[in-house]
Write a protein that binds this ligand. Structure first.
Ligand code: PLP
Length: 400
């Protein structure tokens, strides 16, 4: 039969999606499955944003848009970066893609040759190593320790850099740990990066608005303006505005990198859906209170979940300062057997047995490069979260 390209061997399906598929199969069998596996806001897109999309479609904004984004959205993005991040980008330094995911794909395709190393703080969002490998890149992980609040230390970064390093990825607030870097943390990271002038820096700031307890998000390009000629600042409307399905992400960066990324995208998908771009512009220019409301809800849920998890003997849990995940440690649960007779050797065994026996879907930490932990998404309603924690407690209680 016709075969596949060699590179597809490196094209694994993310564990997050695999877990969601398995949960769906159990649900189809009639089980009431609680899904904490996906990082998808449970809020609806703000009505004013939907109305802007409707108006754009009726106004005839239904033709091919420019590959790098509509002038109106790029202007809104420039205002957003200036207002919220203290960053100044000219139109030629901005581009719009089909989600933040395509920003990463464009950037890596434009820059990575076989054997190039991509430094990724671990635990990490799965798409960075998967995209890097697709282009022949070699992920190198910089460990973020729980004792450090899962923040990246300058020492861990320095140790991961070699003459082959092409990119350093920063993702704070972090998916999956919710870690937020302080200003001092970022200054120390900038000092390391200054010593390595041939490295691109990807700062994925998609969770920037979801920071709690007075924590503040800082953009590396604003903390270290002398690095901006190498920094690609990634953001998008998926998480901040509950717009995952609209597929709008964007990036600011040096003109020559943006130009090459635009060329990549022009050969793949062309410009992002014109109607979605009009919606995203309305979201970025819209009232900030909507974001604050969602943020406060996530903060409250996070506290509820972390406290419920901490009450379970054998489970530990750091209090995340951002994003919408909890990342409990389950080391004390391993080496034991579940009520259903499953031996739990790894956190993946735990997650699979929890799904099969208690119908709670989450993702094991080792899928994000650091076990034994679980990642629970708190982007769902209180009742589901409460019930999920009760089922996890029951599952752990049944271990012998
Ligand atoms: N970056 C991080 C850390 C994410 O968790 C996600 C989504 O899960 C994205 C980027 C990309 O989101 P989108 O492609 O919807 O913009």
């Amino acid at each position: 039969e016709p075969g596949f390209a060699g590179r597809t061997e490196r094209l694994a399906s993310p564990a997050t999606i695999a877990m969601a598929v398995r949960a769906r199969a159990l649900r189809a069998q009639g089980h009431q499955v609680l899904s904490l596996a996906l990082g998808e806001p449970d809020f609806a897109t703000p009505p004013a944003v939907i109305e802007a999309a409707h108006r754009a479609a009726l106004d005839g904004q239904t033709k091919y848009p420019p590959v790098d984004g509509t002038p109106a959205l790029k202007a809104a993005i420039a205002r957003k970066f200036a207002r919220e991040n203290g960053l100044t980008y000219a139109p030629a330094e901005l581009m719009v893609s089909n989600g933040g995911k395509q920003v990463i794909f464009n950037a890596f395709m434009a820059t990575i040759d076989a054997g190039d190393e991509i430094v990724i703080p671990a635990p990490y969002w799965v798409s960075y190593p998967l995209a890097a490998r697709l282009f022949g890149g070699v992920p190198v992980f910089a460990d973020c320790r729980e004792e450090d609040g899962f923040r990246l230390s300058a020492a861990a970064l320095e140790a991961a850099i070699t003459p082959r390093t092409r990119w350093v990825v920063l993702n704070f607030p972090s998916n999956p740990t919710g870690a937020v870097m302080t200003l001092a943390d970022l200054e120390a990271i900038a000092d390391v990066l200054r010593r390595h002038p041939r490295i691109w820096i990807l700062s994925d700031e998609i969770y920037e608005h979801l920071v709690f307890d007075g924590a503040r998000h800082h953009s590396i390009a604003a903390v270290a303006p002398d690095l901006t000629s190498r920094v690609l600042t990634l953001n998008g409307v998926s998480k901040s505005y509950a717009m995952t399905g609209w597929r709008v992400g964007y990036a600011g960066g040096p003109e020559r990198l943006i130009r090459m990324m635009t060329r990549v995208q022009g050969n793949a998908t062309s410009g992002v859906c014109s109607i979605s771009q009009a919606a995203a512009a309305a979201a970025l220019d819209g009232p900030a209170e909507l974001i604050a409301e969602m943020r406060d809800t996530y903060a409250r849920r996070r506290t509820m979940v972390v406290e419920a998890l901490r009450a379970i003997p054998g489970v530990t849990c750091a209090m995340p300062q951002g994003a919408f995940y909890a990342y409990p440690g389950i080391a004390a649960c391993l080496g034991r057997t579940s009520r259903g007779g499953r031996m739990l050797t790894t956190d993946e065994d735990f997650a699979l047995a929890l799904l099969d026996e208690q119908h709670v879907a989450c993702v094991h930490g080792s899928a994000f490069g650091k076990g034994p932990y679980l990642r629970l998404s708190c982007a769902t309603d209180d009742e589901t979260l409460r019930e999920a924690c009760a089922r996890i407690a029951a599952f752990v209680d049944g271990l012998v």
